[in-house]
Design a binder for this molecule. Structure first.
Ligand code: FAD
Ligand code: NAD
Length: 478
């Protein structure tokens, strides 16, 4: 293996591995340092997203959604199944197989692109030297023309609720239970709490989510968030706001959770506790002081709009830097940085960042919420369309939710799109593209949408912004 590379990437999550592949495509000699040891005790590429994040959680969400459909909704569609049962170990094994296929796929892509995987822990030293410590403690130093720091993030731990065995777990632990807990408490009604809470609720666990804030999903348009809160409550997710967890104590195979709500101090006893209170960037030990790279008090590496640090030729991307902690955000930063290193133009439109919560129904959004526009004093108009009025949603038997678009009243530009409903994650793409192209609501209104599709709801929401929707009674027809 060489000891000098054009580019060394530290971390092979969706930010780092994409940066490595794009740099190699552009003719650079590339190495990627990765220390991850997977569930099977083997080194693995792919980071949080592939090993314990996006992919395994979506595998379990898919299995449990289909189980729930078969058990509760098939009869309404005229399908009699008899007794529907669940095989949790098989579900977990399927999830693990998907993970190992995808992480193995990255290894193959590295080989195909002639990227060297340096197995071990990387540390940036001065002068773009990178020290790699292998899993046996052996050290070797490599030199790079450019370094990309992509060390990602780890779950935030609460001192008052330490992780304990398979009883008090973080998101990774909650992906591996092989039997269905009777009761689960989740600390945090954020994205992880809702996704993993949904997985186990669909399988029959009693799930309580304790959330410190008094607003549910504050980053989501509140019309959509309120719809989501109603729907999740109907599904049996017991979401309690204004409730701060203060401690936990494991007793045998149960855990007592202490919390404080508006009525004072309380306790509950449950089978499992999931700590899902956010993630923090994982930059400790990644940068030696002599490398002189600035990190803020939350561990985020200081970068400019092009993800370059204060040291020329050293970049940082993904969860290790400012912005939302999302896989696609990290990947696109990886592409941008690799292209800049190769002398090409690179930029990213952070205003058109898609966000999705993969519950059922899914919640998906891009751009500004109505609350943000109001606070800015923007001259905007909203258009909405409920899935209850969509022929395709009715045919699917999935009519909850709505599409809401926000437009600039003067320019007609799309300022935001917010969806709760079936396939919201896929429907959102049209709005992201509209914003990326700096498009208008009239562009969507003028586009022919196939019938019958869920995407017609987006079309109708666009039409409804100025009273032209066909399939709802408009208040102010033009
Ligand atoms: P990571 O994926 O965290 O990868 C960083 C890598 O760097 C790790 O492999 C780590 O081992 C390695 N590393 C760190 N330090 C060193 C070192 N010194 N030397 C060598 N290697 C090092 N996002 C979405 O967009 N969609 C989703 O559906 C989604 N679902 C999620 C579900 C869960 C349960 C969780 C936990 C997260 C989810 N996320 C999702 C968030 C997503 O996983 C992260 O935003 C994404 O993985 C960040 O990518 P990254 O490459 O920056 O970091
Ligand atoms: P989050 O920030 O979405 O939610 C954490 C919640 O915990 C917050 O609402 C916070 O108020 C609450 N909280 C904190 N301390 C508390 C306490 N003591 N008691 C009660 N509530 C408390 O974080 P997360 O759900 O852990 O997810 C972490 C990150 O991972 C997110 O930022 C997200 O970007 C990413 N992620 C994305 C997806 C996706 O894109 N579908 C899925 C999972 C995770």
């Amino acid at each position: 293996m060489a000891d000098k590379y054009d580019v060394i990437v530290i971390g092979s999550g969706p930010a780092g591995y994409v940066a490595a592949i794009r740099a190699a495509q552009l003719g650079k000699s590339v190495a990627c340092v990765e220390k991850w040891i997977n569930k099977q005790n083997k080194p693995a590429l792919g980071g949080t997203c592939l090993n314990v994040g996006c992919i395994p959680s979506k595998a379990l969400l898919e299995s449990t959604e289909l189980y729930h459909e078969a058990k509760h909704n098939f009869a309404d569609l005229g399908i009699n199944t008899g007794e529907v049962s669940v095989d949790v170990p098989k579900m977990i094994a399927r999830k693990d197989k998907i993970v190992s296929e995808l992480t193995g796929g990255i290894e193959m892509l590295f080989k195909a692109n002639k990227i060297d995987w340096l197995v071990g822990t990387g540390k940036l030293l001065a002068e773009k030297n990178v020290e790699v410590t292998d899993h046996d403690g052996g050290k070797k130093t490599y030199t790079a023309g450019n370094v990309i720091l992509a060390s990602g993030s780890v779950p935030i731990e609460l001192g008052a609720t330490p992780l304990e065995g398979d009883i008090v777990v973080d998101s990774s632990g909650a992906l591996d239970w092989e039997s269905i807990p009777g009761s689960i408490c989740v600390i945090g009604a954020g994205i992880i709490g809702l996704e993993l809470g949904s997985v186990w609720r669909r399988l029959g666990s009693d799930v309580v989510l304790l959330e410190a804030l008094d607003t549910f999903l504050p980053m989501v348009d509140q019309q959509v968030a309120k719809d989501a809160a109603r729907t999740f409550a109907k599904q049996g997710l017991d979401i309690r706001l204004n409730t701060r967890v203060t401690g936990s104590k494991v007793n045998g195979n149960k855990v007592t959770v202490s919390y404080k709500d508006k009525d004072g101090d309380k306790e509950m006893v449950v089978d499992k506790l999931i700590v899902a209170v956010g993630r923090r960037s994982a930059t400790e030990g990644v940068i030696a002081p002599e490398a002189e790279i600035g990190v803020d008090e939350r561990g985020l590496i200081h970068v400019n709009d092009q993800c370059e640090t204060s040291v020329p030729g050293v970049y940082a991307i993904g969860d290790a830097v400012r912005g939302p902690m999302l896989a696609h955000k990290g990947s696109e930063e990886g592409v941008m940085v690799a292209e800049i290193i190769a002398g090409e133009h690179g930029s990213l439109n952070y205003d058109a960042m898609p966000n999705v919560i993969y519950t059922h129904p899914e919640v998906a959004w891009v751009g500004k919420t109505e609350e943000e526009l109001k606070a800015e004093g923007a001259d905007y108009q909203a258009g909405t369309f409920p899935f209850a009025a969509s022929g395709r949603a009715k045919a699917k038997g999935d009519t909850g939710g709505l599409v809401k678009i926000l437009r600039d009243k003067k320019t007609d530009r799309m300022l935001g799109a917010h969806i709760i409903g079936p396939s919201a994650s896929e429907l959102l793409g049209q709005s992201v593209l509209t914003m990326e192209f700096d498009g208008t609501i009239e562009d969507i209104a003028h586009t022919i949408h196939a019938h019958p599709t869920l995407s017609e709801a987006m079309h109708e929401a666009a039409l409804s912004a100025d009273g032209r929707a066909i399939h709802i009674a408009n208040r102010k027809p033009r």
